[in-house]
Write a protein that binds this ligand. Structure first.
Ligand code: AMP
Length: 174
């Protein structure tokens, strides 16, 4: 299955969640067994040679392929979540949104010093969320071995927030 075929299963939803945003809905891709398999294999092809020990996925769509990818790689999986969702001690990082700020948290024992971590989310947009996760991993002493996305909205320039890291996306919108 090619990137074009994967892209054909990503639905544009105009004006969601706000007017002016074209939301990339990956539900049809996830619902197609062959596409789901291909997406996990595509992410694994990037991740495997980087020998991660942990996949860190962002709330909430980053949990879906992130969990499957961790299983495929034989790695652990950890969640980066919105404030107040995690039950144990956390570290948190604030990051800028288009308007205002948001924050993400991970458990303070999710990443051990020196641990090799692959950061994952479904969509790379402005890069703020991915950058926040990279910062959380490094705050805990982990090593970011790659940052992998299903979709990249290249016109938003999110890669510039991830300079110096190995970034991969399976479907790009130039
Ligand atoms: P970012 O701007 O890269 O920090 O993206 C913020 C979060 O919102 C990420 O978890 C993305 O998955 C999601 N996101 C941002 N823009 C879109 C979009 N146009 N379609 C789908 N998800 C998006």
């Amino acid at each position: 299955m090619t990137a074009t075929e994967l892209a054909s299963l990503i639905r544009d939803v105009p004006d969601f969640p706000r007017p002016g945003i074209v939301f990339k809905d990956v539900s049809p891709l996830l619902a197609d067994g062959r596409a789901l398999h291909q997406a996990v294999e595509g992410l694994a092809a990037f991740a495997e040679p980087r020998r991660p020990e942990l996949v860190l996925g962002a709330e909430a769509r980053g949990f879906i392929l992130g969990g499957a990818l961790a299983y495929r790689l034989g790695c652990g999986f950890a969640t980066a979540r919105k404030p107040g969702k995690l039950p144990w001690r956390t570290v948190s990082v604030e990051y800028a949104l288009e308007y205002g700020v948001d924050s993400l948290e991970v458990h303070d024992d999710a990443v051990r010093p020196g641990m090799r971590v692959l950061v994952h989310d479904d969509v790379l947009a402005t890069g703020g969320t991915a950058r926040a996760k990279v910062d959380l991993v490094e705050r805990l002493g982990g090593v970011v071995v790659g940052v992998a996305f299903l979709v990249e909205l290249a016109f938003l320039g999110g890669r510039s927030r991830l300079q110096g890291y190995d970034v991969c996306s399976l479907v790009q919108y130039p």
